[in-house]
Design a protein around this ligand. Structure first.
Ligand SMILES: Nc1ncnc2c1ncn2[C@@H]1O[C@H](COP(=O)(O)OP(=O)(O)OP(=O)(O)O)[C@@H](O)[C@H]1O
Ligand SMILES: [Mg+2]
Length: 406
């Protein structure tokens, strides 16, 4: 038996081919109705198995054309489809003269049995008038009704899917919004907590500092040398702790309040900071190389704090150099515009690069390079609040570069 399999999907044709070949049939393949028609005309198969939905010429048109041709109209025509499986489609298929309308997928045995049934019942005599092909107009009317119906169905399905997607999207947005609000509230609460704890700790510490000062000044005579030394240590520690608390409060302050974004010229901020530093220590000789006109959008007050900290660190860390040089310039980082402050000072071991941004992390000795260790933590927090990032690069003795994106 010669079987013509017409399907636009190669993967769908394959199992049908194997199935029929396994039963000793000769199988011909076509990928649409037009090609099927040509092969049917030249090869005269004993059976046609066709898909419905195909490009160029679909299964219904293919069947309609077959039934128009005297020499082909008696070939049994089996529809085998996964898309057109409604009763309307089957009705049109049978009224056009199809022998069967099978739903994909079927197991090889099922398909073979169904085809066997079709062939067994197929009238050998001349097919009924209806199956000899419809008048063109009649076919087109029914066919376009079917296609329009199918389209309507698809449009309905699509708009249903669209609607549920829109709903899901809305729900998702709402959930993100809820989560963000929760997170912001939690963050604010934490911030408030650390602020008030730090704030409230100042009062008892001031008492310790104040009373130990009185003790040192008015009762020093009652203490021996060791006692006075202990007292001095207590005072030093309480002062250090007060400094730390002030630093935490400062860090806390830069995380509070709304960002007021405007156009900010970083270059002029850099120049202002340079002038202030030079005025405060006129004995130092430091060269500045500041690229002009570098402007960003951000909070002017906070960005000034960033520039102050980065440039004053560079100023401090170049103290030992005769030819100190501090630069501010633009660069790139991951494809974005970035800015950098570079100096030729003492630098630091690259292993500490990330630690420096945590509060109270310092690499150099307090005696040589004094500081509270809060500057870079403040810088990072401000940059994070702007949605940016910062990194530090250095080698001992070879200066340091702080690069940031806003
Ligand atoms: N340009 C630099 N070159 C080398 N080391 C640096 C540089 N900038 C920062 N560091 C190192 O990072 C540490 C932390 O810097 P950070 O600005 O946070 O604190 P600080 O300068 O010590 O104190 P302050 O809170 O007064 O700024 C510094 O103590 C120093 O060891
Ligand atoms: Mg600093």
């Amino acid at each position: 038996m010669k079987v013509l399999v017409v399907d636009d999907s190669r993967n769908d044709r394959k199992p049908i081919r194997f199935n029929f070949e396994w039963h000793g049939c000769q199988v011909l393949e076509a990928s649409n109705g037009r090609q099927g028609l040509e092969i049917a005309a030249s090869e005269k198969p004993d059976l046609i198995v066709s898909d419905c939905l195909m490009p160029i010429m679909d299964g219904f048109q293919f069947l309609h054309e077959i039934k128009k041709l005297t020499e082909l109209r008696s070939i049994p025509f089996v529809f085998y489809s996964a898309v057109y499986t409604g009763s309307k489609e089957a009705e049109l298929a049978f009224s056009l003269g199809a022998s069967a309308f099978l739903e994909k997928p079927k197991s090889p045995d099922e398909l073979w049995e169904e085809v066997g049934r079709v062939l067994a019942f197929e009238p050998v005599a001349e097919p009924p008038m209806q199956a000899r092909g419809w008048p063109e107009q009649e076919f087109l009317k029914n066919y376009s009704q079917l296609v329009a119906g199918k389209l309507e169905e698809k449009v309905r399905e699509l708009s249903d899917v669209n609607e549920s997607l829109l709903r899901l999207n809305g729900e998702l947005e709402q959930r993100v919004l809820d989560r963000t609000t929760q997170l912001e509230a939690a963050n604010e609460e934490l911030e408030m907590f650390s602020y008030s704890v730090s704030h409230d700790m100042r009062a008892p510490l001031r008492h310790i500092d104040g009373f130990s000062q009185v003790l040192a000044e008015e009762y020093a005579g009652n203490l021996n040398f060791t006692g006075r030394e202990y007292l001095e240590r207590i005072r030093k520690s309480s002062r250090r702790m007060l400094e730390m608390i002030d630093a935490i409060l400062e860090l806390s302050r830069c995380a509070r309040g709304n960002l007021v974004k405007e156009s900010v010229e970083l270059s002029s901020l850099a120049r202002e900071v340079a002038v202030e530093l030079a005025d405060a220590q006129p004995e130092r000789k430091v060269a500045f190389n500041i690229v002009e006109g570098l402007t960003v959008r951000g909070d002017a007050r906070l960005l000034r704090v960033v520039m102050e900290n980065l440039i004053s660190n560079a100023w401090k860390m170049t103290a030992q150099r005769e030819d100190a040089l501090i630069e501010f310039y633009d660069t790139r980082w991951d494809g974005s515009v970035a800015f950098a402050v570079r100096d030729n000072g003492v630098g630091f071991d690259a292993a500490y690069a990330d630690k420096l941004f945590a509060p109270f992390q310092r690499v150099h000795s307090q005696e040589e390079y004094p500081g509270r260790g809060i500057g870079l933590a403040i810088v990072r927090r401000i940059i994070n609040r702007h949605g940016g990032k910062i990194r530090a690069e250095s080698e001992p003795g070879r200066g340091a570069t702080f690069t940031f994106v806003l």
